[in-house]
Structure formats: C-alpha cells, structure tokens
Design a protein around this ligand. Structure first.
Ligand code: FAD
Ligand code: DLZ
Ligand code: SF4
Length: 512
C-alpha cells in the first residue's frame, strides 16, 4: 500500500477543505504553480502574484504544523506544465496509491480531475467543494420547471437555508427581503472614505514579485505597489477592518463612483473568498453580528449578505447549470473586436479611462464600474462576448471562470438571451453622471445628446435599443423606454445612427 496524496489547487486555500479532512502526518500535500494555469489567459500580474504568494504562505502554514508539502515552484521543471503533469510526477516520486482532491471550481479543471481516475495504480477520491452554500444539484432542483431564474427568489431560499437575517417567525428581518432601494445614493462631496490597511511585502511575497516580474513580463497590469493580504491571518484582519470601518456605509453608497477612489466602502474581499482564505459564511456572520450589536444598519448588512449568499451562489449555480455551452452564447450577435484601450486605459471617455486604469493598477474595480461603466460600454458597443470574457477573466484578481462567465455572458452582455438579467443593463451617460463625478472631468459633454462633443453613451444607448428593437420591444420591463423611442422624431433617430457610425469608425482608429 502506497501513500496518500492530497492535491490542493490555487483557489482551495482553506484548512477545512474537503480533501484535507483526515489529513495524516505521513500524507503528501501537493500544490503547484504551473504554466498552463498561469498562462491560459494573460492574467494580470497582480493576480498571479496574489495567488502564488497566498499559495506559498498556505504551504508554509501546513509545513509549520508538521505536514509534508510537495510544493512545485513556477519554472522549476519545464516538463511539468499542467496540474496533471505535476500529479504524475508526485505519484512517481512518492509511491502514491490514493489521490484525494476537492472538485475544481471550473468546468475545465473538473474535467481534468475526473480524468485522473484513469492514472494507473491509483485510486481517486474526488470530494465535493463544501465551501459554497448551495450545491450544483440543489441549484438545478430549484431551477427545474421555472420559467425565469431570478436571483431574488433563489436568494430567499438561501436566506431560509442559512437562517441569515431571518426573524423568529421565519420572515425576513425588518419585514423586507431586500433593501436595495436604500442602496443607490451618490457620494456626497464631503464623504470620508476610510483608509485601507496595507500589508507589508515579506520575503515570500518578495520572491513571488521577482518571479512574476521576470517570468510574466508580457502579462497585463501593474505589479507594484503590492499590499494585498496573502495569509489567513491577514485576510481575517482585513475582514474585521471592513466590518468595522466600511460596512456601515457599504449599503448606502454601494452604487457610487468617485474619481481616484477605487474602493470606497466596498469590501474588497472577493479574491480572498474565491481563493479560500476566507469562508463566505464567516464573512456574512461577521456582518450580521455587527448589525446585532447595533454597529451597522440593516440595509448595509442585508446588501452585503445578498451579494454573497444571493449573487455569488446564484452566479455559480447558473455556471454549472449551463456549462459547457454557456461560454459560446451570443444572443445579440455581437461581433465588434475589443478596443485597444481596454489594455491601456487610453480613451477620452473619462469614466472608461478611470475604471480601466484603476483595473490595470489594482487588478480590481468595484461592481458598478464593472457593470455600469465597462460592461455597459461593452453591451452598447456590441463587443464580441468571447473577447470580453477573456478580458474580464484575465484582468481581475478575483476572476475565475465560474464567476466571471455568468457575470459577463449573462449580466452585462445579455448574450444568454435573458437567463440572468430580465432586461439588459443598458444606460445612457445620465446614469454615470448621477452616480459619479466622472463627467465633469470628461472631454465629452454628458448633457449633449448628439454631435461630436456628446457623451457617446447617450447616442449608443438609443442606437442599441433601435438595433435590438425586435428582441426587446415586448419586454414588459422595457415598455416605457420603447414608448419614448416610438415618439422620437426621424431627425433624432437619424442623428443617433450617424453619431454611432462616426463613433465606431473613430473607435476602430483608437480615436475615442
Ligand atoms: P463587494 O461589493 O464588497 O461585495 C461583497 C461580495 O459579494 C464580493 O466580495 C463577492 O464575493 C460577492 N459578489 C458581489 N456581486 C457578485 C456577483 N455579481 N457575482 C459573484 N459574486 C458577487 N466577482 C468575482 O468574484 N470574480 C469575477 O471574476 C467577477 N467578474 C465580474 C464580471 C462582471 C462583468 C461583473 C459585472 C461582475 C463581476 N464580479 C466578479 C462580481 C463583482 O463585481 C465582484 O465580486 C466585486 O466587485 C468584488 O469586489 P468586492 O469584494 O469589493 O465586492
Ligand atoms: C488562476 C490560477 C493561476 C494563475 N495559477 C494557478 C497555479 O499555478 N496553480 C493552481 O493550482 N491554480 C492556479 N490558478 C487557479 C486555477 O487556474 C483554476 O482557476 C482553479 O484551480 C479552478 O478551481
Ligand atoms: Fe463617461 Fe459620458 Fe460622463 Fe464622459 S460624459 S465620463 S463618456 S458618461
């Protein structure tokens, strides 16, 4: 009888992970930095640095507790390019007879793991990932027979399942399930934005930063300064910081944007949750405790809990329900190439410049920047869904296909024909102007509807509605807007078409 190997992937950095249950001192824990995972898209440099550093710290923690870890550093052996290569080499080296793994979060990775059962001389024990609140089959049961898969109803199921924010009679705390209407305020000029803790670069992170600088020089984004939490202890510290300092205002200003302030009151926890350093339940429970103690209002806490047990779980459910076809969807037949400025931030549209530049700097943008600025532009400009998916997957440090894909295909591009969003998240410049201070600093005028100086979102919005009239005309949530369009004069419609064509010509010359 050979040894037992436990294979921990880069986004499985949780000590209570299913494949680590029953870990013995003579088992081998395998972790590996491999080219296939690090380069299947040109991940942002900060994303790779974050994940490799978190992986190395996790391995150090296991070693510190007396466990044997086989950790493969990137570039140590050119023959080991994939997770499967690393597994094969470890099986040979350590005389392994049993491989225990936790199901990968992505379709591609799970397929790869399932094939490990065919490796000769080993028994594979592939365990479910218990870090999510709903299993894929629970979601499929909920979805079965429903005409519409609305997040709100799934979220209520998750509230009942977890008991979060439920009152003694089994109803929602405060009498409402959702306090979103209280969560749409623009930021007042005199708002005080809390200063974030910065985490020092230790020797382990320094090694990783040097590695990424040397080996991933052609990848996108800015590597330094790097000050993200990379250990479980730092992640807990960051969560506690968020709950105390930012959560109280998180709800109210959740949709707000401000130039030069990428984080505002957002948690910035997604990357830590997705890689396993934080558990989604503990994040919700900390927030709920703050509400119980009177330290954060219900609209903020409910909003935060909804993002995690509602949106995050729902998005994952959609992914597993619809894979593998989901990534190919293109219901609106969008074909335009991704503009160059997505990789440089060099555009005169100030909202896009801010959101993309911050993304290139930090591997992060908050939800409304991703949805209502960059996503809105991608929708209105008819960008090719495949290219948009690749961009979002590469550029955010929290991006894994299971979460990126439904947000892109379903939420921003409506490429799934309305499975995720009952109506497209399309908006004119007025929305961006209301929710940010970007427009005052822009070359374009948000007040102008047409002409060279007009905000492109203004005419592209109508151009999108005109172009997709047959599809959306009878959508009951869009009736009012199409009634306005029906009343629009021919001159205005012609001007919208002309402006849009001129804009797209300029876009192809990188002159917008
Ligand atoms: P907060 O605003 O503080 O929200 C709290 C938490 O809720 C987040 O940490 C996250 O775990 C969860 N959450 C909120 N909205 C969503 C959502 N729509 N889907 C899943 N989880 C959500 N999130 C990712 O984690 N990875 C991605 O690759 C990703 N790609 C996205 C692509 C697009 C086009 C859009 C519109 C959204 C995407 N999101 C993604 C969701 C969301 O934008 C990020 O989770 C959020 O901005 C992360 O910042 P935060 O931690 O400060 O979130
Ligand atoms: C995203 C990523 C990167 C950049 N590198 C690695 C790696 O070297 N080793 C690894 O185990 N995982 C990595 N990952 C995460 C995987 O690509 C993949 O997204 C998840 O493991 C899916 O569950
Ligand atoms: Fe963006 Fe239009 Fe405002 Fe400029 S005017 S920042 S392009 S919304």
């Amino acid at each position: 009888m050979g040894k037992t190997l436990r294979f921990v992937l880069g986004d499985q950095l949780s000590r209570d992970l299913s494949c680590l249950k029953g870990l013995e001192k003579d088992d081998i824990v395998l972790m590996c930095e491999v080219a296939e995972e690090a380069t299947y898209v040109r991940h942002h440099k900060k994303k790779i640095a974050f994940l490799f550093s978190a992986m190395r710290h996790f391995a150090e923690g296991l070693r510190g507790d007396g466990y044997e870890v086989e950790y493969r550093h990137f570039g140590a052996d050119d023959d080991v390019r994939s997770l499967t290569d690393a597994l094969r080499q470890a099986i040979r080296k350590h005389d392994i007879s049993t491989v225990i793994a936790t199901e990968g979060a992505e379709y591609r990775v799970l397929e790869m793991q399932r094939a490990w059962a065919g490796e000769s001389g080993i028994e594979l024990d592939l365990r479910p990932d218990e870090r999510f609140i709903a299993t894929a089959s629970e979601f499929a049961d909920w979805a079965k027979g429903r005409k519409e898969l609305r997040m709100e109803y799934f979220y209520r199921e998750m509230r009942r399942k977890t008991g979060y924010l439920m009152d003694a009679n089994g109803g929602p705390e405060g009498g409402q399930w959702n306090y979103d209407k209280d969560n749409r305020e623009p930021l007042p000029e005199d708002a005080t934005i809390p200063e974030r803790p910065h985490y020092a670069v230790d020797d382990t992170t320094r090694d990783v930063l040097d590695l990424v600088d040397g080996s991933f020089g052609d990848h996108i984004g800015r590597l330094e300064p790097f000050n993200y939490p990379v250990t479980r202890r730092q992640a807990m510290h960051y969560l506690n910081w968020f709950v105390t300092e930012a959560l109280p205002e998180f709800g109210r200003y959740q949709d707000a944007m401000k130039q030069g302030e990428p984080l505002l009151y957002h948690s910035h926890l997604s990357a830590l949750i997705n890689c396993g350093l934080l558990d989604p339940r503990e994040c919700c429970e900390k927030a709920i405790s703050a509400w119980n103690d009177g330290d954060a209002p219900l609209n903020a806490v409910e909003g935060f809990v909804r993002q995690i047990i509602g949106w995050r779980e729902y998005i994952r459910g959609i992914y597993w329900l619809k894979m593998p076809e989901y990534g190919q969807e293109n219901a609106l037949d969008a074909k335009r190439d991704l503009p160059e400025f997505f990789w440089s931030g060099e555009t005169q549209m100030n909202c896009m410049r801010q959101a993309i530049t911050e993304t290139l700097d930090n591997a992060y943008a908050h939800h409304i920047q991703r949805l209502m600025v960059i996503g809105n532009f991608a929708l209105l400009a008819g960008l090719d869904p495949k290219q948009v998916q690749e961009w979002y997957l590469a550029i955010y440090h929290d991006a894994y296909e299971w979460v990126e894909m439904p947000n892109v295909v379903g939420m921003i591009l409506h490429a799934d024909g309305g499975l995720v969003a009952s109506k497209p998240y399309a908006a004119s410049g007025a929305y961006i102007d209301r929710m940010s201070d970007y427009c005052g600093k822009c070359r374009y005028s948000v007040k102008r509807k047409n002409g060279e100086k007009a905000c492109p979102f203004n005419y592209l919005y109508w151009n999108f509605l005109i172009g997709n009239r047959p599809r959306f005309r009878n959508n009951h949530r869009m009736r009012m807007i199409y009634t306005s369009l029906d009343k629009m004069g021919e001159d205005r419609i012609d001007a919208i078409g002309e402006d849009s064509r001129r804009f797209f010509r300029a876009l192809s010359r990188c002159e917008v």
